[in-house]
Design a protein. Sequence first.
Length: 115
Amino acid sequence: VQLVESGGGLVQPGGSLRLSCAASGFTFSNYAMSWYRQPPGKERELVATIGIAGGGTNYADSVKGRFTISRDNAKNLVYLQMNSLKPEDTAVYYCKVVRRFVPVWGQGTLVTVSS
């Protein structure tokens, strides 16, 4: 089971980024997926979740209306579209799946929002 995030980088405030998470080693379409983030010096926090068929999305209050989670079950990918980025969105972003009651994390991708 492997999750690999990509798409992070440096972006100016107000800009956009799209993160991707490529999944392998399990039947992707059978599992809900989540994005988390860990800001510098802070604890990891839940950003968004998505159900198995793309419905059932939920967002942290801090990103509602700015971030959109989606998935492509044919490609085993989950995305996080991030718009109107703020400096406080700076963090390492991780995708996660819980398989057989065990959480599996990717290695993370760094997003830095700064002018």
